[in-house]
Design a protein. Structure first.
Length: 175
C-alpha cells in the first residue's frame, strides 16, 4: 500500500510516496518522484547531496540516507530512508521555543560543517552572481535607485567562504 502526497502549487513540486509493507504503521523509506522533466535535475541533485552527506557526515542523526534511485514512468525517482520522530510544530510553545531553537541551530551548524575556505571565484557565479542578476531582472524596476548596486557591493565583500550544507526546508513544520 502507498500513501501519495502531492503538495505544492507548482508542477515542479515532487510527488512523495510512502510505501507501507504488510503490518507496517510507518514507512521505512520515502520515495520522491518528479512530476515533470524540469524536476528531474532537482532530484538528481538531492540524490548527490545525500551521497556526499553519507560520506562526509556519517554520524549526523536526523539525515535521510539514499536507499535507491532510478526512473518511474519516465521521470526521476529517489528513495531515501524515512526519518521518524515528532513534528516540532506539535511540541513548540513560547516557553520551550529558545531550547528548541538552540537545538535546531546546533544541528544546522553540525550539518554545515567546518571545511576550509574556498575561493569566491568557485562559488560566486552560482550562489551570488546568477541569483542576484535574476533578482535584479525581476525586481529591479521596483527597487529604490542604487539598492541593487549597494547589495552587490556588500556581497562582493564576502571573500572566501567554506563549502557548507544547508537545510533549505528548515521550519517548524518540516523539522
Amino acid at each position: 500500500s502507498w500513501a501519495l502526497l502531492t503538495g505544492g502549487q507548482r508542477s515542479i513540486n515532487k510527488v512523495v510516496g510512502l510505501p507501507f509493507g504488510e503490518g507496517q504503521s510507518e514507512p521505512a523509506v520515502v520515495v520522491k518522484f518528479a512530476r515533470v522533466p524540469e524536476a528531474d535535475s532537482a532530484l538528481e541533485r538531492e540524490a548527490e547531496v545525500l551521497r556526499v552527506l553519507e560520506r562526509e557526515r556519517p554520524g549526523l542523526s536526523g539525515l535521510p540516507r539514499l536507499a535507491a534511485q532510478g526512473r518511474r514512468a519516465g521521470r526521476r525517482a529517489v528513495a531515501q530512508s524515512a526519518v521518524h520522530g515528532q513534528r516540532l510544530s506539535t511540541v513548540l510553545t513560547p516557553e520551550n521555543f529558545a531550547d528548541h531553537a538552540l537545538r535546531v541551530t546546533r544541528w544546522l551548524v553540525e550539518l554545515a560543517g567546518d571545511g576550509p575556505p574556498r575561493p569566491a571565484a568557485e562559488w560566486w557565479p552560482r550562489l551570488v552572481g546568477e541569483p542576484l542578476e535574476e533578482f535584479e531582472r525581476i525586481f529591479g524596476g521596483d527597487l529604490a535607485p542604487g539598492t541593487a548596486e549597494q547589495a552587490r557591493g556588500l556581497l562582493e565583500g564576502l571573500g572566501d567562504l567554506p563549502h557548507a550544507f544547508e537545510h533549505r526546508g528548515c521550519s517548524p513544520g518540516n523539522v
